[in-house]
Design a protein around this ligand. Structure first.
Ligand SMILES: C[S@@+](CC[C@H](N)C(=O)[O-])C[C@H]1O[C@@H](n2cnc3c(N)ncnc32)[C@H](O)[C@@H]1O
Length: 264
């Protein structure tokens, strides 16, 4: 039996994951340093944002990227965060309870419950990596975007469909023993996708949805190696990002992260 939930993720990865939720919550209230990727993404958003624009953050967790946006953007804007998991949303609502310009909605990237063409800027950071149906996710994101869609994900010359396989020796949220990692057909029982999408796949998928859309890629080289390594120690999270040479790694996987900019 596969252990994927209705959002296509490993059942144990996020559903009750208070460890990760606490890290995101502390970032959202400024009690832990911002992520390097959230600072980098905020700078890109700042470039495109106009007074009174509406922003959607798909896969927002606790709204910790909103903290970075507010820190560097002085124009007025309205923020909507979307996530399927209550473990994150409940904390997001506490973190931002006094902020009238922020709201949080429960929903799935594969069927986004937000109005069409409603947001000037939409972004999804570190979400597509885990989603089985990337084309469907891109289509849904484009559906709600008016001007700019920014996707931060792992991109390379060719695509790889990678499954990270859990067992209870290193991942306390699963009950699968190492000996049972794979079922009798050789498929993992408890896993998350760690997709790498090719430049060509992304470009052609976007074009197949909207011929006029323009796609560009910005390599995420904006991180500070020492800050990332400091944060690994604080977070105590298995497989937290680390830097080898100039590349980001999670466990054994090299993860060349890009900001994919889609102009509609
Ligand atoms: C690795 S976290 C990234 C959180 C944040 N965007 C960041 O970059 O730090 C992935 C996020 O995507 C959310 N997510 C997972 N499956 C999703 C789905 N089907 N639709 C929307 N969000 C999803 C998770 O709940 C989680 O908040």
């Amino acid at each position: 039996m596969k252990k994927l939930d209705k959002y296509g993720l490993c059942k144990e990865e996020y559903t009750d994951n208070n460890l990760i939720a606490n890290v995101y919550y502390k970032r959202a209230i400024g009690k832990m340093p911002e992520m390097e990727s959230s600072k980098a993404l905020s700078k890109i958003v700042k470039k495109y944002l106009k007074e009174n624009d509406r922003i959607a953050d798909v896969g927002c967790a606790c709204g910790h990227y909103y903290y970075s946006l507010k820190k560097i953007i002085k124009k007025n804007f309205f923020y909507t965060g979307l996530d399927p998991y209550d473990v994150f949303l409940n904390k997001a609502k506490i973190a931002w309870k006094n902020d009238k310009k922020a709201k949080f909605v429960k929903g799935n990237i594969l069927n986004i419950p937000l109005p069409k063409k409603n947001f000037d800027i939409v972004y999804a950071s570190n979400v597509l990596i885990h989603i089985h149906k990337s084309d469907r996710a891109i289509k849904e994101l484009m559906k709600i975007t008016k001007k700019y869609l920014i996707i931060r994900t792992v991109v390379y010359d060719v695509s790889y469909k990678v499954q990270l396989v859990y067992n209870n020796k290193w991942w306390k949220y699963t009950d699968i023993k190492p000996v049972n990692e794979f079922d009798k057909n050789g498929n993992p029982r408890s896993f998350s996708y760690f997709n790498i999408l090719s430049f060509d796949y992304i470009k052609e998928t976007v074009k197949s949805i909207n011929k006029k859309a323009k796609v560009s890629f910005i390599k995420d080289n904006f991180y500070s190696k020492s800050k990332i390594h400091k944060s690994i120690k604080k977070e105590k999270r298995p497989l937290a990002t680390r830097i080898i040479g100039k590349e980001q790694f999670s466990g054994a996987l090299m993860q060349p992260h890009y900001f994919v900019i889609i102009k509609l």
